[in-house]
Design a protein around this ligand. Structure first.
Ligand code: ATP
Ligand code: MG
Length: 180
C-alpha cells in the first residue's frame, strides 16, 4: 500500500486543481518560502479528517478554502482527494485503488467520499484504522511531536501503543457500544 496521488482544488493556495503523483519510496517537496509545501501536508491531514483549524495552521476551518489573491477571486469550496494504491489489499475494501475525498463549502457544510460514494467520516476512519494511516495515526510527524510522545502521560502513551498494535479500533467500538 502506498499513497498514489493527491489532488487539491481550492484548498489554501491551490486555487486551480493540482495533482501530485506519488511513487513508492520517498518524495521530497521543494520550493521557496510560502510556495505551498506545508499546505500540501495540511491537505493530507485535512482529507484524513482533521477537525482542528489550528492543526491546519488556520484560525477557523473556512481558512482552508482559497481566500483569493490580487488577481484571483476567492473560491466557495475546498476539495482534496487522496488516492491510495491498495493492490496488496491492506485496506479492507474490494478495490485495488481507493480514493478518499473531502469537500467543504463556505457555509461550513462538508462532505466525504470513498471512491466517489458519499460516506461518513467514521467510514473513512474505520477503513483506515488498521492501516497505519489516519488522522491521529502519527503519519504526520510535526515539529515537536516526538518530544510530545516521549513526555506524554502514561495513558496517552498507552493509546499510542494500542493504536500502533491495531487494538484501539476495537476499544473505541466497545466504548461506543457501552455508551448506547
Ligand atoms: P515555508 O518554506 O516558509 O515553510 P511553505 O512552502 O511551507 O513555506 P505554505 O505555508 O505551505 O508555504 O504556504 C503559505 C502560503 O499559502 C501563503 O502565501 C498563504 O498566503 C497561502 N495561503 C494559505 N491559506 C490560503 C488560503 N485560504 N487562500 C489563499 N492562499 C492561502
Ligand atoms: Mg512550510
Amino acid at each position: 500500500m502506498h499513497l498514489k496521488s493527491l489532488t487539491l482544488k481550492g484548498f489554501k493556495s491551490f486555487a486551480s486543481a493540482t495533482t501530485l503523483r506519488l511513487e513508492p519510496g520517498i518524495t521530497c517537496v521543494v520550493g521557496p518560502n510560502g510556495s505551498g509545501k506545508s499546505n500540501v501536508v495540511d491537505a493530507i491531514a485535512w482529507v484524513l479528517g482533521e477537525q482542528g483549524a489550528k492543526a491546519l495552521r488556520g484560525g477557523k476551518m473556512e481558512d482552508v478554502i482559497f481566500a483569493g489573491t490580487s488577481g484571483r477571486s476567492p473560491l466557495g469550496r475546498a476539495e482534496v482527494t487522496l488516492t491510495i494504491d491498495n493492490s496488496d489489499g491492506a485496506l479492507p475494501i474490494d478495490y485495488t485503488e481507493v480514493s478518499i475525498t473531502r469537500r467543504m463549502f463556505r457555509s461550513g457544510e462538508g462532505e466525504y467520499e470513498i471512491n466517489g460514494d458519499r460516506c461518513r467520516l467514521l467510514d473513512i476512519q474505520e477503513l483506515l484504522s488498521d492501516s497505519g494511516i489516519g488522522r491521529e495515526m502519527h503519519v504526520l510527524v510535526g515539529q515537536g511531536r516526538l518530544d510530545g510522545i516521549l513526555h506524554a502521560k502514561p495513558e496517552d502513551r498507552r493509546a499510542f501503543i494500542e493504536e500502533a498494535a491495531g487494538v484501539l479500533k476495537h476499544r473505541k467500538r466497545k466504548e461506543k457500544a457501552l455508551r448506547k
